[in-house]
Design a protein around this ligand. Structure first.
Ligand SMILES: [Zn+2]
Length: 460
C-alpha cells in the first residue's frame, strides 16, 4: 500500500501549514492553556447539543454558557458500546451512518475503493477491538489535521528540518489495511525533504528485516511491539540499520523495549499514546521525561473503577476523555480503559503540558480466574520483561494459569522462568497455577490491524 492521492497531498499540506501554530502552543503559559480549555469546552458542548440528537438529550438542562471543567463530573460518561449502539444519533453530520461507514470499510478491505475519504471529507476507521468490542470511528478533514499536529509538534520543535542534513528516510511500520488509522497518521512527516516508505507490520519478520536492510531508513516509526522486535533483530545482527529517530505508537511500550532500542541503535525512543476515538493524548519530546498530555486538545479525568478521581497509581482504572476538537462524533467523558499514570514535576523542555509516566496496559486486559482472583498483566511483565534472552512474549490466559509464547534471542532458562511465573501467580492468590512456556518463532497479531495483543484473557 502506498498512501498517495491528490486529496491526501492537500491534506498533508494543510497539516504542514498548521504545524507552526501547534509548535507555538508548546510555549503557552498556564493561564493561556486554561483559557483555551474553557473556550473550546463550551464551543464543543454547544456544537454537540445542536448537531447530535444523542448528545442533545444528554445535555438537556445543562447551562453551557456558564459550564466549566469543574462541572464535567455532573455529565454522564459515554462508552464505546454507547457510541456503537447509537452511532447514527451521536454523529453530527446527517450524511454519516454506521451502515454507510461499515460499507466504506468493507469496500476498502475488498479493494473496491481506493479513495481514502468518504464524501471527500471523512476517513473511516475500524478499531481492532482489543477490549472485545469492535468500534467504527470517523475523522473529519480538520480532525485529522489536529491529530497530526498533536503527534508531530514536539518533533518539529526539537528537530526542525533546517537543522537536519543528509539523506532522510522514514520507515513507517504500521497496519496492513487502510481501515486502520495508524498508517495514515504516522506517515505524516515534519520534514519536507524526507522520503517516506511504508512496511506492513504483520509481514514475516525475515521479510520485514530484509526490506528494512534494503531501504536503510534514518527514521523508524512503528507499533511498540514491532519496534521492540526490530531492536531484537538488530541486536542479533540480522537487521543492520542506523535510525537516528525511533518513535513508537499504538501499544504500551515495555520498559525492556526502551532498553533494547538504546542498545541496538544508541537512541532513546519517542513514545506516543492515543486512540482512534479521541486522538493523540500523549507525546514524548526529546527530553524523554515522559509523554506530555495533550491538555490543549482534550480534558482527561483520571479515575478509579467507580469513576472517582484518583492519583493513586494502583487505583487508576481508566480515563474519561473529553475531546475539545472532535466534532464528527463528539466525545464527552468517553471511557478509555488505558491505565495512564501521571508524573509529578515539569519536563526540562519547558512546555507547560504535564507528563505521563507510563501506560500500564488496559484494565480490561486483567485475567479473571475462578474464586474472584484477578491477575493484572503487570504480574507477568516482571519475570518476562527482565530476561534479556527474551525478545518478545505473548500470554494467553488458561483455565488455571497461562500459556506463554516466547520469542528468544538467546538461551532462555524455561524451567526457571516457569517457576518465577508460578511463584508470582501464587503470591497473588492463584492456587497451584499451571503455566506452560513455548519457544516460538512468531506471535499472533490482530488480523485487521497487525497489532500484537500481549495479554489475551480467556473468553468465557
Ligand atoms: Zn518535554
Amino acid at each position: 500500500m502506498r498512501l498517495d492521492s491528490p486529496r491526501r497531498r492537500r491534506h498533508l499540506a494543510d497539516v504542514a501549514a498548521r504545524l507552526p501554530e501547534h509548535v507555538a502552543r508548546l510555549s503557552w503559559s498556564a493561564s493561556r492553556l486554561r483559557e483555551e480549555r474553557q473556550t473550546r469546552l463550551r464551543e464543543m458542548l454547544t456544537f454537540a447539543a445542536e448537531k447530535s440528537p444523542w448528545h442533545a438529550e444528554r445535555l438537556a438542562g445543562v447551562d453551557i454558557a456558564t459550564f466549566t471543567e469543574a462541572d464535567l463530573p455532573s455529565l454522564p460518561l459515554m462508552t464505546k458500546t454507547d457510541v456503537m449502539s447509537n452511532w447514527d444519533r451521536v454523529v453530527t453530520d446527517r450524511r454519516l451512518t454506521l451502515a454507510g461507514a461499515d460499507a466504506n470499510i468493507t469496500a476498502k478491505l475488498r479493494g473496491e475503493t481506493t479513495a481514502y475519504y468518504l464524501f471527500d471529507e471523512y476517513q473511516i476507521f475500524a478499531t481492532g477491538g482489543s477490549s472485545g468490542t469492535r468500534g467504527v470511528f470517523a475523522w473529519s478533514w480538520e480532525e485529522f489535521v489536529q491529530i497530526s499536529c498533536a503527534t508531530c509538534r514536539y518533533q518539529l520543535r526539537d528537530r526542525p528540518p533546517e537543522s537536519l542534513s543528509g539523506r532522510r528516510m522514514m520507515a513507517v511500520v504500521e497496519a496492513g489495511e487502510m481501515v486502520h488509522g495508524s498508517a495514515f497518521l504516522f506517515a505524516v512527516s515534519t520534514d519536507p525533504d524526507e522520503e517516506i516508505a511504508w512496511f506492513p507490520a504483520d509481514s514475516p519478520t525475515d521479510k520485514l528485516v530484509a526490506a528494512l536492510n534494503e531501504a536503510q531508513p534514518t527514521h523508524l516509526v512503528g507499533y511498540s511491539s514491532t519496534v521492540e522486535l526490530l531492536a531484537g533483530e538488530a541486536l542479533a545482527g540480522r537487521l543492520s540499520i542506523k535510525p537516528a529517530f525511533v518513535a513508537t505508537n499504538s501499544e504500551p511500550l515495555m520498559p525492556e523495549a526502551r532498553v533494547a532500542v538504546r542498545e541496538a541503535w544508541g537512541v532513546e525512543v519517542n513514545n506516543t499514546w492515543g486512540s482512534v476515538e479521541v486522538g493523540m493524548l500523549g507525546v514524548e519530546c526529546d527530553f524523554h521525561s515522559g509523554m506530555h498530555w495533550s491538555d490543549d486538545l482534550a480534558i482527561c479525568e483520571i479515575v478509579d473503577k467507580d469513576n472517582q478521581p484518583t492519583t493513586d497509581p494502583d487505583k487508576i482504572e481508566k480515563l474519561l476523555v473529553t475531546s475539545l476538537y472532535c466534532r464528527t462524533l463528539p466525545m464527552i467523558r468517553y471511557e478509555l480503559t488505558d491505565i495512564a499514570v501521571p508524573l509529578e514535576g515539569a519536563c526540562g523542555c519547558g512546555a507547560i503540558y504535564p507528563l505521563i509516566g507510563e501506560i500500564r496496559g488496559r484494565s480490561d486486559d486483567a485475567f479473571k480466574y475462578a474464586g474472584d482472583v484477578l491477575i493484572h498483566p503487570m504480574v507477568f511483565r516482571t519475570p518476562l520483561g527482565q530476561d534479556p534472552a527474551i525478545e518478545q512474549y505473548q500470554v494467553h490466559q488458561t483455565e488455571r494459569g497461562a500459556d506463554v509464547g516466547v520469542i528468544a534471542r538467546g538461551t532462555v532458562d524455561v524451567e526457571r522462568l516457569r517457576g518465577d511465573i508460578v511463584d508470582a501467580l501464587q503470591s497473588r492468590g492463584l492456587d497451584q497455577p499451571e503455566v506452560t512456556i513455548r519457544l516460538v518463532d512468531t506471535l499472533e497479531h490482530h488480523k485487521e490491524t497487525g497489532k500484537m495483543k500481549r495479554f489475551i484473557p480467556l473468553r468465557t
